[in-house]
Design a protein around this ligand. Structure first.
Ligand code: CP3
Length: 361
């Protein structure tokens, strides 16, 4: 297979020079778009959209019809895996995800199993292939999963949490049970990501949204250890093209060197991390993706342009190995026209033809 006609995102991931800085946004398909809200109202709820490959693919393409984005991401959710493991997922309006059967005792944990991604999660792989087909080679398609630790947080707490009391209780009193959950989820995530690659995903991303709630040693032991195994087990090449991987660890700014050492191609950065400093630390090993504060998008377009320029300037004059993104998902309260200002600013940024990062930044 040949590369997509716009391959700037892949080039940046491999730290090859690109014609412009590629940009996409976490949660780029979602509630801030009126056309998304219309489809969701029609389908009933969010999971009904995820479970319908034709609708999921239509939604994944919605933001690309509005903006000159350089990548598409499969429309799905990280919590589909625990749902397929029998935990009973639902989304309560304005409360976020809820599991009917959170993991609270040893018996439940002993019964956990690895779901077959082509069976119980067939709607995900079908959404991947439908979206890849609908893209028709325009831009690369990103497949994704949650990190084992982040999934375990939701599986044990059962919903959003402020203190992660149940997770921390298990981790520090029964680390054997915690590890058992993480081992099974690791296998489930690895199989899901490889199934997404088999179905047409050209890049994969791991979201470690909650790793940042761990102490440094615990992050290594309970989050990074498992992400490393996933990176090692991923399909590396498909139809002659390398499949790059990205790790986004929110709150992981202290651990960039360790995360880069997993062998992933790129790190996603939250907005608390200085991207210039991150580049000095790990820019020789990985590409960087990020990291505008999503809150900037509430400001008027001129201010958005200025703040966007600051992130690009902080990365440095030679933008090789840089993918512009937000530091976390876009807010549902973002005015859609503000996103246009951001994309325009990134694409109009004049690239300095400097030294290639690999040859000595
Ligand atoms: O980025 C994309 O456009 C692709 C789709 C995508 C969704 N969720 C769709 C979604 C991706 C990549 C995710 C990842 C995800 N899901 C994460 C990791 C990233 C992060 O935000 O830290 C997490 C933790 C989840 C779990 C999840 N799903 C939560 C906490 C929520 C509720 C959040 C909220 O804002 O209410 C969801 C629901 C969800 N996932 C929506 C979308 C579009 C909103 C659903 C709706 O109400 O229409």
């Amino acid at each position: 297979m040949t590369r997509p006609s716009n391959d700037t995102f892949l080039r940046a991931l491999f730290r090859e020079p690109a014609a412009h800085i590629p940009v996409w946004l976490m949660r780029q398909a979602g509630r801030y778009l009126p056309e998304y809200r219309a489809l969701r109202a029609h389908a009933g709820d969010f999971m009904a959209l995820c479970k319908n490959p034709a609708l999921a693919s239509e939604i994944a393409l919605q933001p690309l019809a509005r903006y000159a984005l350089d990548a598409a991401i499969v429309f799905s959710d990280i919590l589909t895996i625990p749902d397929a493991m029998g935990l009973g997922l639902s989304f309560v309006e304005n409360e976020g995800p809820k599991f009917e059967h959170p993991l609270r005792n040893e018996r439940q944990i002993r019964r956990l199993f690895v779901p077959d991604p082509f069976d119980r999660l067939r709607y995900v792989t079908d959404a991947v292939s439908a979206t890849r087909k609908a893209l028709n080679g325009a831009v690369p398609l990103i497949g994704f999963a949650g990190s084992p630790y982040t999934l375990a947080c939701y599986m044990i707490e059962g919903s959003r949490s402020n203190d992660f009391r149940f997770v921390k209780t298990m981790m520090y009193s029964r680390p054997d049970l915690m590890r058992r959950i993480l081992e099974i989820v690791t296998e489930a995530v690895l199989r899901s990501l490889n199934a997404q690659i088999e179905s047409g995903a050209q890049v994969v991303m791991i979201f470690d949204s909650w790793g940042g709630n761990l102490a440094t040693a615990a992050f290594q032991e309970f989050s990074l250890f498992y992400m490393r195994q996933i990176i090692a087990g991923l399909i590396k090449k498909k139809e002659g093209e390398r499949i790059p991987s990205i790790i986004f660890a929110k709150g992981g700014g202290m651990w960039l060197e360790a995360i880069a050492s997993t062998g992933c191609e790129a790190l996603g950065l939250d907005w608390m991390t200085d991207i210039g400093e991150a580049r000095r630390r790990v820019g020789r090993e990985v590409a960087l993706q990020g990291n505008l504060d999503p809150g900037v998008l509430f400001a008027p377009p001129e201010n958005i342009a200025a703040e966007t320029g600051k992130v690009i300037d902080a990365y440095g004059p030679d933008a090789t190995g840089f993918i512009f993104n937000l530091g976390h998902g876009i807010s549902q309260f973002t005015p859609p026209e503000h996103v246009a200002a951001l994309i325009r600013t990134v694409h109009e940024h004049r690239l300095t033809k400097g030294k290639n990062l690999v040859s000595g930044y």
